[in-house]
Ligand binder design. Structure first.
Ligand SMILES: Cc1cc2nc3c(=O)[nH]c(=O)nc-3n(C[C@H](O)[C@H](O)[C@H](O)COP(=O)(O)O)c2cc1C
Length: 364
């Protein structure tokens, strides 16, 4: 434990005090009710991470509207008061174990595998997504060709993120995270090959990140200053794992400065390997670029389940927090194990067969 002094030191995001630097990364488990209501199974699943020593849990991506936001069957929503109320027992269960919990708000954009509200998808431009639907979430085959969003549709997405954030605040969440990563709607705007718009939302990196900044501003206006608001950003995508920003550090500077100017409390970066250079084979990690240009607390994610790597990134001031995904699934008590020098189990992808729903053994 003396080895991991940084990992086990406290730190603040906004006004929120967190007891250590270990965070559960957001993970879609498609285990909500078909109507998008969170349930008792999810409460049990999430509270295990809090009792296992994680100071903060970020929920799975949750849809904000009864329109184009939903990506997966049995994904939870926060588009209505009823859906928001269903999250309260989840939040309470995590708080009871001493943890904090942020809701991740996700709009699918073109990456729709199942949507019970509409039969077509929206995106910055009519570009068919690369790759195939995710088998882990019950998908197969190619994605559909999306329809280019109108200005009115863009405004309505901004509004739905802000309303969803307010519902999350009222349900007792400690914060919200805007999903601006991994290939979903906001990342489709950030990405040069999925955004061919000729208006103020397309073209330059400044324009491509504008929607994310407007979403953050709209949320801040709704929830006020005393509620944590963050954004997750990545280069890679679920359907294009190794994508890199063409403008490299210049583009990273524009993205992180633009996002920071919208007044979030933190930036969460995710990379395939978070402790590797963001571009080519040398230079800063994406997390350290977020710190350098965003001047905000940063959460880094990507293969940081080895506590030595996690501790090193924090000690080198490349990040303030580490988020672990698959390592948290294999070790819901990852922080407690690290503290007690216990062996960390390896994640076995076969637990997702046939799909990545919450298993019985994850609920006690
Ligand atoms: C089953 C599964 C579901 C995921 N769902 C989400 C999600 O809803 N939102 C998100 O931002 N990332 C999601 N991710 C990505 C993880 O948050 C994380 O970035 C990824 O697992 C890499 O971190 P790791 O190396 O610690 O596992 C998901 C990953 C997995 C394995």
């Amino acid at each position: 434990m003396a080895k991991y002094t940084n990992l086990f030191s406290d730190f603040k995001i906004g006004a929120l005090e967190l007891s250590n630097r270990s965070v559960v990364s957001p993970m879609t488990r498609t285990s909500a009710e078909p109507s998008g209501l969170a349930n008792n199974r999810m409460a049990q699943y999430y509270s295990r991470f809090a009792s296992g020593g994680f100071s903060l849990i970020i929920t799975e991506g949750t849809y904000p509207d009864l329109a184009h936001g939903q990506a997966y069957e049995n994904q939870p929503g926060i588009a209505t008061e009823e859906q928001a109320a269903a999250w309260i027992p989840v939040v309470d269960a995590v708080h009871k174990e001493g943890g904090k919990i942020f809701l991740q708000i996700q709009h699918a954009g073109a990456l729709v595998q199942y949507n019970r509200f509409t039969d077509y998808s929206l995106a910055p431009s009519a570009v068919k997504p690369k790759g195939e639907k995710l088998r882990d979430h019950g998908g197969s085959g190619e994605y559909s060709l999306p329809i280019e969003m109108s200005k009115k549709e863009i405004e309505s997405v901004i509004e739905s993120f802000a309303n969803a954030a307010l519902r999350a605040k009222n349900a007792g969440f400690d914060g919200v995270e805007v999903h601006g990563a991994n290939g979903y709607l906001l990342d489709q705007f950030h990405t040069d090959y999925t955004n061919f718009r000729e208006d103020e939302f397309g073209g330059t990196p400044e324009n491509r990140v504008r929607l994310s900044a407007l979403v953050l501003k709209a949320i801040r206006n709704k929830v006020g200053n005393n509620f944590v608001v963050g954004i997750r950003v990545s280069q890679g995508k679920v359907n294009d794992f190794f994508h890199k920003w063409n403008g490299e550090e210049v583009e990273a500077k524009i993205i992180f400065e633009s996002l920071a100017s919208a007044n979030p409390d933190y930036i969460h970066t995710t990379e395939f390997q978070a402790d590797k250079p963001a571009f080519r084979d040398h230079g800063d990690t994406l997390a350290s670029l977020a710190k350098k240009y965003g001047h905000l607390p940063v959460i880094a994610n990507g293969q940081l389940g080895d506590p030595d790597r996690a501790e090193e990134m924090i000690s080198k001031k490349e990040t303030d927090f580490v988020a672990v995904g698959t390592s948290a699934l294999a070790n819901p008590d990852w922080p407690n194990k690290v503290k007690d020098n216990k062996t960390i189990s390896k994640f076995d992808h076969r637990v997702f067969d046939p799909i990545a729903v919450i298993r019985d053994e994850e609920t006690y």
